[in-house]
Design a protein around this ligand. Structure first.
Ligand SMILES: [Zn+2]
Ligand SMILES: [Zn+2]
Length: 145
């Protein structure tokens, strides 16, 4: 599988390629599940003249164009990722905030079938598994002993 360059991917999604959009795309590729502030910090390291607003705008443009996905774990800053269109789910560590991708466990979008859909035509589903990551669980166990 070949990976498109940032300008190729941006162009393919129908957006105009700009320097800041390319930098935002590259930063997001290097940091899946980054918050807008984390993306801004990464972009500003290489392009100090970039404004926070232009990074936020680029992220929202990506999300609206289907190039990036917004994930919104309750009580956390919104996160962005480039892995779109596969309805995957997330594990979120309640201690350190680490986020991992989880593929659907049993094939095709099993979570599209709620036990009662109340007459809705369900188009998508998002599942967030909350817990402690292995590192946090281990350090909690060390602290307890
Ligand atoms: Zn953790
Ligand atoms: Zn993800």
């Amino acid at each position: 599988m070949t990976i498109a360059t940032a300008p190729e991917a941006i162009r393919a999604s129908g957006l105009r390629v700009t320097e800041s959009r390319s930098a935002v795309y590259a930063a997001l590729r290097a940091r899946p599940h980054a918050s807008a502030d984390e993306v801004y910090a990464a972009v500003a390291e290489r392009m100090p003249q970039t404004s926070r607003q232009s990074v936020y705008n680029a992220l929202n443009d990506f999300a609206d164009a289907g190039l990036a996905r917004r994930i919104e774990p309750a009580g956390r800053p919104m996160l962005f990722e480039l892995r779109v269109g596969d309805n995957h789910h997330h594990l979120v560590c309640t201690a350190c905030g680490r986020v991992e991708d989880v593929d659907c466990a049993v094939g095709h979008t099993p979570c599209l079938h709620p036990s009662d859909d109340h007459g809705f035509e369900v188009a998508s589903a998002e599942v967030t598994y909350w817990g402690r990551c292995a590192a946090c669980a281990a350090s909690a166990a060390r602290a307890a002993s």
